[in-house]
Design a binder for this molecule. Structure first.
Ligand SMILES: [Zn+2]
Length: 244
């Protein structure tokens, strides 16, 4: 019962009521299993994992996290696994939003996406908390967003928001480094069956089109649009909005 008492039932994004909607087995690491609870906000529709079962940011800094998921440990292995997912990202963003633009990729890992827009973008910069990834990334990067730069034409963040402590603060930070008129592009997994493997300890947040759009609107983005993309790694939502 301690877990239930500790968990807040207020949505961190919209202050709505979090109602338990799933209680049972979820995935822990690559093959592990664990009992947990998923809550759904009755206002904005976002779902979240019980806080006491969530990974913390410090878990992402070392290599143990990728080990536990049996993810590639070297840049070349990682690129081999994810190179082919980059074209769908570029297609969603549109070449007109890449060519000649200053672009920041948040949660850039080994820089796979950045490699694919090199030669078209004007300037490429990354944010990545994992030291090992940053060392093997060819592009300039830092571990976190520290200041409001208002510098970039486009900010991308693929498969990152589901891990973040506070998505509202995260999207505000993304906006703080965008120029006026700049574009934010975020991708995240969306619901697939079975729920026993869709819900997992490394994902604190579970968005759909409605909840992610509400978050973009709340932070002040306009001209919001999205697309659902399925590939061999799963089913994902890509959402874009303009900072104006
Ligand atoms: Zn909410």
């Amino acid at each position: 019962m301690a877990n239930e008492i500790k968990d807040s039932l207020t949505c961190q994004i919209c202050q709505g009521y979090l109602k338990p909607i799933y209680s049972g087995i979820i995935r822990d690491g690559k093959d592990g299993r664990k009992e947990s609870i998923i809550y759904e906000c009755q206002e904005c529709n976002v779902q979240r994992l019980r806080e006491s079962d969530c990974k913390q940011l410090s878990d992402y800094i070392g290599s143990e996290y990728r080990d536990s998921l049996k993810q590639p440990q070297s840049a070349s292995d990682f690129h081999r696994e994810y190179d082919q997912d980059q074209y769908e990202r570029i297609k969603f963003i549109g070449y007109e939003n890449i060519r000649g633009k200053d672009i920041c990729d948040i949660g850039c890992s080994y820089g796979t996406f950045m490699d694919h827009i090199a030669g078209i973008a004007n300037m490429i910069y990354g944010i990545e908390p994992n030291d090992q990834c940053r060392r093997q990334n060819r592009w300039a990067s830092r571990s976190e967003i520290k200041d409001a730069w208002h510098f970039f034409d486009v900010v991308t963040s693929f498969l990152t928001i589901e891990h973040i402590d506070n998505p509202l603060e995260f999207v505000k930070k993304c906006r703080s480094i965008l120029k006026l008129g700049g574009k934010l592009v975020i991708s995240t997994p969306i619901k697939v069956q079975p729920l026993e493997t869709y819900y997992r300890t490394q994902h604190r947040w579970y968005f759909n089109g409605m909840s992610l759009k509400e978050l973009f609107k709340k932070v002040g983005f306009n001209d919001i649009y999205y697309e659902i993309i399925t590939n061999r790694h799963g089913k994902f939502i890509y959402m874009a909005g303009v900072n104006d």
